[in-house]
Design a protein around this ligand. Structure first.
Ligand SMILES: [Zn+2]
Ligand SMILES: [Zn+2]
Length: 167
């Protein structure tokens, strides 16, 4: 896939029509070292934003879908998954009111850093093959999603894990 690694939004229409929301979407390659999971790769991201100019500020609201390839934290199986993050950010014209804020200049908004920051902040702390992954048996090491074993600890661990699931 040949896609850009910077995310630039053209604001010409927004600045000419304040308060009118336009759509921005696309697929981008961001640096794969954004992820905190070892041995995992961010293959690409799909962004889909509503863009609105409010006075001199630009509001971006939408979603970042991260396509991730890696290994399950619990059972170590290969994982190929999409993680959707919500994104909501205001960009200030030329000068940031404080150092945590993002800016745009002229009629172009470079959202790359803001999106990278959001991915770093908001990715789930574990990469799992599925929400209810049973992991490996701590005694014999079998993958409990695929195989049962008769180890003593197995049942206890399975139940204590189930108790922690929040629906
Ligand atoms: Zn797993
Ligand atoms: Zn076992």
């Amino acid at each position: 896939m040949s896609v850009s690694d910077i995310i630039i939004i053209d604001l010409t229409e927004n600045i000419a029509n304040k308060g009118v929301t336009t759509q921005f979407s696309g697929t981008f390659n961001l640096p794969s070292d954004l992820l905190s999971y070892p041995d995992s790769q961010l293959e690409y991201v799909i962004v889909d934003f509503d863009v609105t100019a409010v006075d001199d500020e630009i509001d971006l609201v939408g979603e970042i879908v991260c396509k991730v390839n890696g290994f399950c934290d619990k059972c170590l199986d290969k994982v190929s998954t999409s993680i959707t993050l919500t994104f909501e950010q205001t960009f200030y014209k030329d000068v940031a009111p404080d150092e945590d804020c993002y800016i745009y200049e002229n009629s172009l908004l470079d959202a790359t850093k803001a999106i990278c920051d959001e991915i770093l902040l908001s990715m789930p702390t574990q990469l799992l093959c599925k929400d209810d992954c049973l992991g490996l048996c701590p005694k014999c090491g079998v993958n409990k999603n695929k195989q049962q074993c008769d180890c003593d600890t197995t049942r206890e661990n399975a139940f204590s894990f189930l108790k922690n699931i929040k629906f």
